[in-house]
Design a protein around this ligand. Sequence first.
Ligand code: HSE
Length: 473
Amino acid sequence: MMKNNPLNPPLLRGNFSGTIHVGLIGFGTVGTGMATVLMEQEKLIARRLGANLVLTQIADVDIKRSRGINIKKISLTTNPYEIILNPKIDIIVELIGGIEPACKFILDAISHGKHIVTANKALLATHGEKIFKAAEEAGVEILFEGAVGGGIPIIRVMKEGLSADKITAIFGIVNGTSNYILTKMSEEGSGFSKVLKEAQSLGYAEADPTLDVGGGDSAHKLAILALLAFGTPIPVKDIFTEGIDKVAPMDIAFAEAFGYKMKLLAIAKQVKGKLEARVHPTMIPKDEILAKVNGVFNAVCVVGKSVGETLFYGRGAGSIPTGSAVVSDLISIARNILNQQGYGKPHRVPVPPTGIISSARLPLPIKPMAEIESRYYLRFMVEDRPGVLSAISGVLGRHHISIASVIQQGRKEAGAVPLVMMTHKAREKDIQMALEKINQSDSVYKPTVLIRVEGKDIDQFLPFKGRLGGDGI
Ligand code: HSE
C-alpha cells in the first residue's frame, strides 16, 4: 500500500502535477499576511488539500521594501501582466484595493482563464455584477472571503453554511475602526475627534479615516452581504449611510441611561417583500450579544427562517486574520481545480460566485429610507420653560409619533438643556417631517439629534418562534 504522504497524495489521478500555482498582485498589509499564512501553514494546507499550494509570483509597485518574510523562492515583478499572462499561474489574488486598476486586472485575468481571489469590497460592491458575470461566463471561480469581516468566514456561511435557509435579516458590526472609536467613547466619555486621533496614533485608524468613520466601508460590505443573502444587487448609493462622526458623548451617555449601547450597524432586512438596507449609528439593548462586541472586533448576526438567529464574531481586519481568509479561498479553488483534473468526482458543480445562480435570482425591490419603520432616540436642545415639552410632543403626536419615555436633566435659567425622548415604532418620513417643524421653533436652539433604535423587534424575523416547540429560543 502506498504511504499516505500529504505532499504526494495517493488519490490523485490524471495529469495532475501536484502543485497549484498562485500569483499575487498587491504586496501590502493583507498580501503580506496571506503570504505569511501560506508559508507558515504550508504542510497543514497540503494535508488538507492533498496538493501543494505555492505562491509563485508577486507583482507590486514596490518590490524592494522588506516585508519581514522570506520570499527568496518567489519571482517578483512590478508588471502585473507578467502574472496575468503566465500560463503556469492557476489562481490570481488581487489585493491592491480600490476600483482601478484592480477592476481591469481582474477582468483581464478572468479573460485569460485565471481563477480569482480578492478582498476588494469597494470593487465588488460597485462592479461586482460585471465581474461575477465575466467569471461565470469564463467558467472560472471568484472568491472573496477577505472582503467582509476580515478573518470571520461570513461569506462562506452565507453561500454554503446557510444555503438551505431563507435569510430574513442581517445586523452587522463590520467596521472595526468605528467600533473601536465608539467603544472608547463609551468607556472614557471622550469626544469623537480625540478618540479618532488616539486611534490613528495607535495605527487602528487610517490617516484618511473617511470611508471607515463615514460608514462607506460598512455600506460596501453590506452591499456584498445583501447580494449573497437576498440575491439583490443594491447600488451603494441606494444604501442610506450615516457615519459615527456626529455621535456625541452625551448621546452615548443618554443611550446608557435608557439601557442601550451605541453601535454602527449595517442592517439589511426583508420586510413585507421589500429590502431595507442601511448603515447608521444605532442604539441596541445592552443585553443583546451585539452590544457586547467591543473594540476592533466585528460581528454579523444573520437571521434565517429555519435556523433562527446566528452570530459570527472575530477580527474584522488585520494582516494575518484577513490573510487567513484569503488563503481559505485559495484552498477552495485549488480543490475545484483538482476535481477538474480528475481528483475525486469530475463533475462537481461549483458554488456560484454569489451563492445563487445569477439567472435564478429573484431580486427584491429596495425600500426607500422614508418608508422604513424604526424606534427613535431624539435629543432636542431646548429652552427650559413651561410649554416647550408639550409643544414638541404635540408636533410629534400630529405626525403619528408616540413617545415611549422622556428624560430631561438639569435646569438652566438661560441656554439650552437636553430634552431626550425614545419613541415607539414610527415611520422615518413622519419623524423627518416632525423634526423639520420642531427645528424651526425659537425654543429649539440646535438641530435635533436623531438616532435609530433596534432590538427586540428582531423577534419578527424569527418566524418559527413556537413552531419548533420547546424553549422558543
Ligand atoms: N478598515 C476596515 C475596518 C477594515 O476598520 O474595519 C478593512 O475592511
